[in-house]
Design a protein. Structure first.
Length: 266
């Protein structure tokens, strides 16, 4: 059972040496991941398990979505934000200054500053990174907004779709990119990782695309987001580290908690 984002492990005595983060290496040397390396004497490898492929405007038009007709946009990742504004630019659509944005986390919401003048009256986010907290925010506006849920062609969140439908929201799914598994067979074959951290359901799928007969064999699994956690468990893997939560808003923070509780650094 995962409690407060971290499971008290029955393999606490195991020495954790290698951690695999299934994302790009952070650009900043001040990343909290590097502090974990120094503090706990662990090695971190960064290897994206998926790549994103843009759906060009010409192909997007086949979805027959008039972007300017939607007053609220739902984002569950920074990638979705990138592709939304890319698509608008390619289609020469001017995004209204009155458009409201509903984001899964504060970190995703803050990323909007790259594209818009950030104003709290039009940017909203869930308090703890869960779908439920996002729904609580959307629920306050559902009577007056028509929502556009920007997502991957092959990885939309069925919980979000189901909620929008069951609560009679006006909405459309906007597929602006698709995910592809990357070839990570070599890195998985040559290194045995003590911890593997996933950030998307597609990342979990990529693991089994690369190693169909993957066995956990005591590896500690971390997941960021409700949907990733669900994908981990549906794949038959045991989840030990979960984020975001109030006391673990990032994967780095969740790892910090896990290492401090289970390894009892000397």
């Amino acid at each position: 059972m995962v409690k407060n984002g971290v499971e008290k492990s029955d393999i606490a005595a195991k020495k954790i040496k290698r951690i695999l983060i299934t994302q790009q290496r952070p650009e900043s040397d001040k990343s909290p991941y590097y502090e974990l390396c120094r503090k706990y004497s662990v090695e971190l490898d960064f290897q994206p398990f998926i790549r994103l492929e843009a759906i060009p405007a010409k192909e997007f038009r086949k979805q027959k979505i008039e972007l300017q007709n939607y007053t609220g946009v739902i984002f569950t990742s920074r990638n979705a934000i990138d592709h939304f504004f890319r698509t608008c630019e390619e289609m020469k659509v001017n995004v209204s200054q009155d458009t409201k944005y509903f984001c899964i986390t504060e970190a995703v919401a803050l990323y909007l500053q790259k594209f818009i003048l950030y104003r709290k009256r039009k940017v909203f986010y869930g308090v703890d990174g869960t779908n439920k907290s996002l729904f609580d925010v959307i629920n306050k506006h559902k009577e007056n907004e028509k929502f556009l849920y920007v997502c991957s062609e092959n990885q939309q969140d069925n919980d979000i779709v189901g909620w929008l439908k069951s609560h009679n929201c006006g909405y459309a799914l906007a597929f602006m990119y698709r995910t592809q598994s990357t070839d990570v067979k070599e890195i998985l074959a040559k290194t045995e990782y003590d911890v593997i951290c996933f950030f998307t359901p597609s990342g979990v799928k990529s693991l089994f695309d690369n190693v169909p007969k993957f066995k956990q064999n005591g590896a500690i699994i971390g997941a960021f987001g409700d949907n990733t956690s669900k994908a981990v468990e549906e794949a038959g893997l045991k989840l030990a580290i979960k984020a975001p939560l109030p006391q673990a808003p990032s994967m780095a923070a969740a790892l910090e908690q896990y290492l401090s509780i289970n390894l009892k650094k000397k």
